[in-house]
Write a protein that binds this ligand. Structure first.
Ligand code: CS2
Length: 493
């Protein structure tokens, strides 16, 4: 290895000798996109597609301005600032080889808590045509039971009282729209890139609910001038660990404080509803379609729900990475049966998609031993994920009098997982905004397991289904009696 080179704009020419780097002039790029939530996934997905497009010289209007919205996002902001928005994407191929590229599409960045005004101005700027979001499933602030916006959320209350110093995406958008309207600036597209069925529709509903209260005079303007396309996004992106930073340094000499690691597979299916124009992402393989719903359902019910199943069961057994879990034959066959018998029927026919191949490819992707996707990442925020990934399947199966035994088993396992210990009594690392409540209910559930199903904000009225409840109770008892590993092994359809 040669000498260590810090990743920044000035050093790009030397780095270009080591790995693939942007050859376009980054100083000449306009920021047509403001992206909120510059985590690993955005940097492995949208920023990657956009970088490829810029590299092809397809348009200089579509650089990205990244916004770190939450106080704990300070770290990524500091790194981006130090590295002039540059970062390295390390794609870990199935055969263990690496494809490495420095990504240059993030050309501007802001830390919202430090300077909210700059972010509002940026969002309101006439050059901003798209405001895209990866704010996580929980970030949309809606009640699972009622489907309505949660006004009680203290951050929302804060934003209603302090419109010029917002803390949530809703507060920011309201102020940016207000300026756009006052100044006669055209509307823009709000593009959700989170794993939620109908992510555009949900975003629209939540934004309009907030604005209806915060700035009622803006509602009509938003209805007429803003579009909210739905989209399905996909690329498995584990949390970057110290080893990845060291690997990059060892292999290339590049010192990057926060590279991103991901799998080779990527998919992006988007509804073509951009009211102020968009990049030609289709040139880089994105699919623009009229109706994204079938793709979303497929991905959420098979990949994301599949992930949650592997995560929860695997955590209880004591595994720490997803490839270990899926290589456990009993869990793999549990997952395969769930996919075929519970998730697939709810998907109906998906034109142009070979579901059988899709499922095979998922098992291969989950099994990628090189990306070492963490069980803890997958289980994090399960209280927001389970309702979006697994419950639609459960509801469909209940409504059609079909089998939901695997889903019920997983929910029972989650109730036990929420006690915080695996099968060998080792501590589990639980990261969930509802952690305290989950723990309390999990504790009570030891006496009366139905209490866990009674968490309305997660399960809505699921406890009203007698069949589901009895299947869940049976699963809970079996796991308690036999332990998770044996319960899975003996599980019969
Ligand atoms: C995962 C997703 O967080 C999760 O539970 O299922 O992050 C998943 O890796 C991505 O959606 C893949 O596209």
């Amino acid at each position: 290895m040669g000498k260590t080179i810090f990743l920044n704009q000035e050093n790009l020419p030397s780095i270009a000798g080591q790995v693939s780097c942007p050859s376009y002039d980054r100083s000449d790029i306009k920021t047509g996109i403001v992206h909120v939530g510059v985590g690993g996934f955005h940097r492995a997905h949208q920023a990657f597609y956009t970088d490829e497009l810029l590299e092809k010289g397809k348009s200089n209007d579509w650089g990205i301005c990244g916004v770190a919205l939450l106080p704990f996002d300070d770290k990524i902001y500091q790194v981006l600032k130090k590295q002039d928005g540059l970062y390295t994407l390390i794609i870990k191929e199935l055969d263990g080889s690496l494809s490495i590229r420095v990504i240059g599409s993030l050309v501007e960045y802001h830390f919202a808590p430090e300077n909210p005004k700059a972010v509002i101005e940026k969002m309101a700027n006439h050059e901003t045509k798209i405001i895209s979001l990866t704010i996580t499933e929980g970030g949309y602030n809606y009640d699972e039971a009622t489907g309505e916006f949660i006004f009680d959320n203290p951050n929302i209350q804060h934003d209603l009282k302090n419109p010029n110093f917002p803390s949530t995406i809703f507060g920011y958008l309201a102020q940016a729209f207000k300026l756009r309207k006052e100044r006669g600036t055209q509307g823009c597209t709000i593009q959700s890139c989170d794993n939620i069925q109908g992510n555009g529709h949900i975003t629209e509903k939540m934004v309009l609910s907030y604005i209806g209260k915060a700035e009622p005079g803006l509602v009509e303007w938003v209805r007429n001038k803003v579009s909210f396309p739905n989209s399905m996004v996909d690329r498995i992106t584990p949390v970057t660990v110290q080893k990845d930073i060291e690997l990059l340094l060892r292999e290339t000499g590049i010192k990057d404080e926060w590279p991103v690691v991901c799998e080779p597979f990527r998919q992006w299916v988007i509804e073509d509803d951009f009211c102020s124009g968009r990049p030609a992402w289709e040139k880089m393989g994105a699919q623009f379609v009229d109706d994204v719903a079938p793709y979303e359902r497929m991905k959420l019910s098979l990949l994301n729900a599949g992930h949650s199943i592997l995560g929860i069961l695997g955590a209880l057994v004591g595994y720490s990475t997803i490839d270990e879990v899926v290589n456990d034959q009993e869990i793999a066959s549990f997952l395969a049966t769930f996919m075929d018998k519970e998730a697939t029927p709810s998907l109906g026919t998906l034109e142009g998609i070979n579901l059988k191949e899709y499922k095979i490819s998922l098992i291969e992707r989950f099994g990628n031993q090189n990306i070492k996707d963490q069980v803890s990442r997958i289980c994090s925020e399960s209280s927001a994920k389970i309702p979006k990934f697994l419950l639609p399947t459960v509801k469909y199966q209940i409504a059609n009098d079909e089998n939901f035994s695997h889903s019920a088993f997983v929910i029972a396992a989650w109730a036990i997982y929420s006690l915080g210990k695996d099968e060998n009594e080792s501590q589990l690392e639980i990261m969930d905004v509802m952690e305290t409540l989950l723990y309390k209910k999990a504790k009570e559930a030891q006496e009366n397991p139905i209490v866990f199903l009674g968490i309305e904000a997660v399960f809505g009225n699921l406890r009203d289904s007698k069949n589901f409840v009895s299947t869940y109770l049976k699963a809970y008892k079996t796991i308690k009696e036999k332990g998770i590993k044996k319960a899975i092994a003996d599980f019969k359809y």
